[in-house]
Design a protein around this ligand. Sequence first.
Ligand SMILES: [Zn+2]
Ligand SMILES: [Zn+2]
Length: 253
Amino acid sequence: MIEKKDILADLHIHTIGSEHAYSTLYECIRCAADAGLKYIAITDHYYNDGTKLHKINEINRFIYLEKEAARAQNKVHVLGGAEFNIGQNIESWEKLKELSWKMIGVHGMLLNVKEFSYDDIYRFYEQRADDMDCFSHIERNVGKIGGYNETELTDDIRNYLCSLVTLAKEKNVVLEVNESTLFADEPGDFERMNYWLNYAKSNGNLISLGSDSHYCETIGRFEKALDLLNAIDFPKDRIVNCNPDLLKQFSDL
Ligand SMILES: [Zn+2]
Ligand SMILES: [Zn+2]
């Protein structure tokens, strides 16, 4: 049984740096402390509009975040991170490697999944897997891949999700259980998450919990994720957020 008090971290948080989120780093740290968390990962979206100034600012902002937060000596330790998008051209990758918590996922606003097949999207993940710590919300937008509007768990969708779970295990990439997916409850998402999570349980994968908060007061809230994890009896020792040794490892302490 996993309880709220077992969760030491929220590993998916957006600040105003994401340009469509609403809280500052300060507000996020305060809310995380109020929620009793010891660690948060700030995972603002990585954008690249191609201008030199934007590139320099973007990379430095990601890298300095963890150092600046550490200087303030809050009780909440901040992992500097970023959320990348599948198919995205990542500039200056060598520099971005310094980030503690690198996630990648499919975002409908940054990639038109209708133009790609399941194999195409899988290959995007495969290309980036060595550079990533986490695959975020792998169940999202899946029904729209290839131009469908599929809410059922078809064989194609099962195969696609299983191949991502297998890839994550092979490459030591953590899979995310995303509270915001469960809260939004788009048709088919729960069934897809339930499916891949059961497979990840038997396959020995590590998972992480992310609120995907775009506003600070939802940081650390995992009611729906906990219901699902407890319903399938997912082992607590394979949840990064509940495991101080794994959290220390990712935060380079
Ligand atoms: Zn966002
Ligand atoms: Zn996100």
